[in-house]
Design a protein. Structure first.
Length: 147
């Protein structure tokens, strides 16, 4: 028989959720007598509803460049549990969205080359952070001028 063991991250995440839910619902009871401490947590609490999606901001190494210029994109994601991935995207002047790449661990950095044939335009770039619950959050758009 195969036994599935939860990861340490999953266990800690579940434990934090139960504790936070118990505190917010007022069902956590602490008592002490004779040097001992007892902790009791109420049953029937939906702890999963307290998980927030990640937030992310993004910066670029330059605000402009010619086609072929290397630009470093740096994301600063945050989540109340764990960020698992950051995706970087670019929107061309005609509206087409291109996935530039994904980073699955810190540092949340991706080097890209500005596309040729886009001189005289402003390209929009953004980052999307993902957490361990499958939720995502988007940065604001950042523009880069191509000459």
């Amino acid at each position: 028989m195969n036994t599935v063991r939860p990861s340490r991250t999953s266990f800690l995440r579940a434990a934090r959720l139960v504790l936070l839910a118990a505190l917010s619902a007022g069902t956590l009871g602490l008592s002490g007598c004779g040097g001992g401490v007892s902790v009791g947590v109420g049953i029937g609490i939906d702890a999963g509803s307290h998980d927030a999606p990640p937030t992310v901001s993004m910066s670029m190494s330059t605000a402009s460049g010619a086609g072929g210029t290397t630009v470093r994109l740096t994301a600063s994601p945050w989540d109340d549990y764990a960020v698992t991935q950051v995706d970087f995207e670019m929107v061309y002047p005609g509206g087409a969205v291109q996935h530039l790449g994904s980073v699955r661990r810190p540092p949340w950095v991706l080097d890209i080359s500005l596309p040729y044939g886009t001189g005289g335009s402003v390209l929009s770039l953004r980052a999307r952070a993902w957490d361990d619950a499958g939720q995502s959050g988007l940065s604001g758009w950042s523009g880069i001028s191509v000459y």
